[in-house]
Design a protein around this ligand. Structure first.
Ligand code: ATR
Length: 282
């Protein structure tokens, strides 16, 4: 029998989730599974969730600006998503809509695949204290990573983020200037702000002059594939990852929750890269 899935957001036309999930359905011969983009504005959100429930939609992704506001509209929330205070994946379970957050988990899976290190004893710095930073920070702490510090332009926001974490953590808060001076202390640096995103591709949030050469730097941006920060990191001998892996894995984990099947990650990456590069998906 056919099953319907989708993504809700505003704007939504740019979303690569439909092409990625529909291709995975096709790859797995789930011929009657379909994934649609739904343009839902703030004032339509409540009706949209009711409508999706009534239509029997099996699951959907949630993107900007609904990740936080959707929580009270769902029947149940997974504990990690509740702690983060944001949902990006909804699954129909026993006729209830249950909210999950696969962003941070997707980040960790992708990082483990690309960096191939156990993260637990690494010294980590996160740049930024917005929604993406929160999902990553909570998921790292939840995963047992011992040392994760945060630097942010607005110090108070970093403090609120750390104070709001329900899992035991010992984290320091740094100004951007302090972080810049101390970058050599960190083996993993995660850039979560929008600085460097297209069209402002020359911008960087921080100078990397003090990093150790073997540091790993992740920028969660994937448009462009290589931000100015990652270019500088490479020049200084660091290894790098962009945000494509996080995007793919957050989708792959959602796909697993909906279907019970792990999709072909390499194929997902290829289809998204083709799409970003402007070619037509199969
Ligand atoms: P998201 O949910 O995508 O993480 P967000 O909640 O708006 O987005 O957070 C954006 C992050 O980028 C924040 O850490 C923000 O810093 P502030 O908390 O000080 O606002 C950071 N950011 C965005 N533009 C910035 C800029 N021009 N300089 C420094 N930090 C910036």
């Amino acid at each position: 029998m056919g099953k319907l899935f989708g993504v809700i957001g505003d704007p939504i036309a740019h979303s690569m989730s439909p092409v990625m999930h529909n291709d995975a359905f096709c790859d797995l011969h789930l011929d009657h599974h379909h994934y649609f983009p739904f343009h839902i504005t703030n004032d339509q959100l409540e009706d949209a969730v009711k409508g999706m429930n009534a239509l029997g939609i099996e699951g959907f992704n949630v993107t900007i600006p609904h990740k936080v506001k959707i929580l009270p509209l769902l029947d149940d929330i997974d504990p990690l998503a509740k702690a983060i205070g944001a949902v990006n994946t909804v699954v129909r379970e026993n006729d209830n809509f249950v909210g999950y957050n696969t962003d941070g988990l997707g980040f960790i899976r992708s990082l483990k695949e690309e960096w191939k290190k156990s993260l637990v004893n690494e010294k980590v710095l996160i740049i930024g204290a917005g929604g993406a930073s929160k999902a990553i920070y909570f998921s790292l702490i939840h995963d047992g990573v011992q040392s994760v510090d945060i630097c942010n332009r607005t110090i108070e926001r970093a403090r609120q983020l750390i104070d709001g974490c329900p899992y035991p953590s010992q984290s320091n808060i740094l100004t951007m200037g302090e972080a810049e001076e101390m970058l050599g202390d960190y083996s993993l640096i995660i850039q979560t702000t929008s600085i460097g995103m297209s069209p402002h591709v020359m911008d960087t949030p921080i100078s990397l002059k003090n990093i150790k050469p073997n540091t790993h730097i992740v920028d969660i941006i994937y448009n462009p594939f290589e931000t100015a920060l990652l270019k500088e990191a490479k020049q200084r001998g660091a290894t790098t990852s962009n945000g494509l892996g996080m995007f793919i894995y957050q989708g792959a984990i959602a796909f697993e929750k909906w279907t019970g099947i792990t999709p072909n990650i390499e194929r997902m990456k290829k289809i998204v890269m083709n799409h970003l590069g402007g070619s037509t998906p199969c």
